[in-house]
Design a protein around this ligand. Structure first.
Ligand code: ADP
Ligand code: MG
Length: 308
């Protein structure tokens, strides 16, 4: 996805003059209006603003869940506008982990099954998935609750499960949209501690909040109002951040040729979409068989006419 040799020099996240316009019916809402910023690996940034200021819109663009109307967004040097929707989905899956205010856990699945979900789409084997999901739940103090459904867990516990889910595919960047918004003070403080710990382990954390008391846990605060950045406290200089930074997706800094990388991605994609691949093959087989049969019928009737 990203050229391995450009990973350390280029900023992790860079948006330039990004605009997002929503058109609903006749009305037009300019949710983001010329936003530019750079976030480096290992930063812990709070994006703060009142309700309706454009925070979630910005998070959706940063997390490649949505595309800007205008402007440029690069992730580790890759211009996301140049990616196909499949490539964008891969980038999203392998680079970003999402945490939402309402946890967004599936009610019919247990904690461990919820955590495993992102790896299903990544094509990881069932046993490897379960092992990693269980390990993440243990790390988040939820090992004992792995078999519980969301309805049997408190808000704070559900949020920890959702953080484990966010970490399932690595999550170089954790995007948390009001992660403490639905929690009591103590559970909220616990979640912020978890985010701090993950940041110390090398994850880049982008925390979205309307609450200055929450934002102050971050190293840097970017304030947004009416879709524009009105202040940015700037990156805290941390000598260690680039060295302790986790490598990007697995296989991180290994030197691979572009071709080898492309082959790996192609096979991974084929494996992850095994059903689609099988259907496509079936379609090709039916198509070829149909042509053969038609030719045979043609030959048969010609022979019939000639011999009659
Ligand atoms: P915040 O997360 O800071 O509360 P949002 O990014 O959700 O703000 O919204 C910014 C503005 O864009 C608001 O005026 C909101 O009503 C509008 N908006 C957000 N999403 C949509 C959408 N899908 N369609 C139309 N308008 C939207
Ligand atoms: Mg919001």
């Amino acid at each position: 996805m990203h050229a391995p040799n450009s990973r350390n020099k280029t900023p992790l996240i860079q948006i330039s003059d990004v605009t997002k316009v929503y058109r609903t019916g006749g009305a037009e809402v300019r949710a983001l209006d010329g936003v530019s910023m750079t976030i480096d690996r290992g930063e812990f940034v709070a994006i703060m603003g009142q309700s309706g200021s454009g925070k979630s819109t910005l998070m959706n663009i940063l997390g490649c869940l949505d595309r800007p109307t205008d402007g440029k967004y690069t992730v580790a040097g890759t211009d996301v506008a140049l990616l196909s929707s499949d490539e964008l989905a891969t980038l999203r899956r392998d680079t970003f982990g999402f945490v939402f205010q309402r946890y967004n856990l599936l009610a019919t699945m247990t904690a461990v099954e919820n955590v495993e979900l992102p790896a299903v789409y990544a094509g990881t084997t069932k046993s490897e998935r379960s092992r990693r999901a269980q390990e993440l739940l243990v790390q988040l103090g939820m090992g004992e609750r792995a078999a519980h459904r969301p309805s049997e867990l408190s808000g704070g516990q559900q949020q920890r499960v959702s953080i484990a889910r966010a970490l399932m595919n690595g999550a170089d960047v954790i995007l948390a949209d009001e992660p403490t918004g639905a929690l009591d003070t103590q559970s909220g403080a616990d979640v912020l501690e978890v985010l701090k710990r993950l940041n110390a382990q090398g994850h880049t954390v982008i925390l979205i909040t309307h609450d200055p008391a929450v934002a102050k846990h971050a190293d840097r605060t970017i304030q947004i109002s009416d879709g524009r950045i009105v202040s940015d406290s700037g990156a805290k200089t941390r000598a260690s951040s680039s060295e302790t930074g986790k490598p990007l997706a697995e296989g991180g800094f290994a030197i691979q040729t572009e071709v080898a990388e492309a082959m790996k991605m192609a096979f991974r994609s084929l494996r992850a979409n095994i059903f689609r691949t099988a259907l496509t093959l079936l379609g090709v087989v039916i198509g070829v068989a149909a042509v053969v049969v038609m030719l045979a019928i043609g030959d048969g009737s010609k022979a019939n006419i000639v011999s009659s």
